[in-house]
Design a protein. Structure first.
Lengths: 79, 161
């Protein structure tokens, strides 16, 4: 069950293959201010590991990953 | 273990006289030698992933890699590695069916999100009578191998594709 976040921007990467979810995420985060939250929707199985790795490397916070059948949702807070 | 024709070396290997700096720069260097779509795709995904991860990317285009960047060539390039000729049509069909982003678009994305520098090998350019203006605008300049080595020597990783 996903916590409730104030979502400031969403990225729909459903159906996109690697590396597009991370690319779209990297582009979108530029438009946010520190502390704002981005929701990313993805279906690429690689995203499950890629997005946490991206957050870890770039210093942004992965608040939560929600797994549903055929859909991954990531909530990321900009550092 | 070794037969008489393969004697163990009598002298230790020479120790380098100059210290080589460790590969600690936050940079991915790629020697892009190949011009087939399968390998261009692989290189472009690695470059884009590195850029997304905040790494600098340095790409050195040599031989077929440089030819693949001739103006407009990418639009009609459907070459696949000859080793996998039996997968040629399958690969192209799958890429179209799954709407995979083209390798050139990947590189444009990489440039948008990170610090990506693409240089063409002067030897190849001379060999094929090419000028920088003959290549796609995503190529920044023409350099020699020494300039690439200067940029690759302290990179965290260097790939040959």
């Amino acid at each position: 069950m996903a916590a409730t976040y104030q979502i400031d921007k969403t990225v729909d990467a459903k159906g996109q293959t690697c590396p597009m979810p991370v690319v779209m995420l990297a582009k979108a985060i530029k438009d946010l201010k520190p502390g704002q939250v981005l929701a990313v929707y993805a279906t690429d199985p690689g995203a499950k590991k890629d997005i946490p790795a991206w957050a870890n490397k770039t210093g942004n916070t992965l608040l939560e990953t929600v797994e549903e059948p055929g859909l991954l949702t990531f909530y990321i807070k900009k550092a | 273990m070794f037969g008489p024709s393969h004697p163990a070396p009598q002298q230790p290997l020479p120790v380098p006289t100059q210290a080589i700096p460790p590969g600690t720069a936050n940079r991915l260097a790629i020697v892009l030698f190949s011009g087939t779509v399968d390998k261009l795709m692989s290189a472009s995904i690695l470059a884009t992933g590195a850029a997304a991860m905040g790494m600098d990317v340095e790409i050195f285009l040599t031989n077929w890699g440089a030819l693949a960047f001739r103006k407009g060539d990418y639009k009609t390039n459907t070459r696949v590695s000859a080793d996998y000729a039996d997968y040629h049509s399958t690969l192209l069909e799958r890429m179209a069916a799954k709407k995979v982003t083209s390798w050139m678009e990947n590189l444009e994305d990489a440039r948008e999100i990170g610090n990506v520098h693409i240089a063409a090998c002067s030897h190849t350019m001379t060999l094929f009578d090419l000028q920088l203006s003959d290549l796609e605008p995503i190529v920044d300049e023409v350099i020699g191998v020494a300039a690439f080595m200067e940029r690759a020597r302290d990179s965290a990783m260097t790939l040959f594709i």
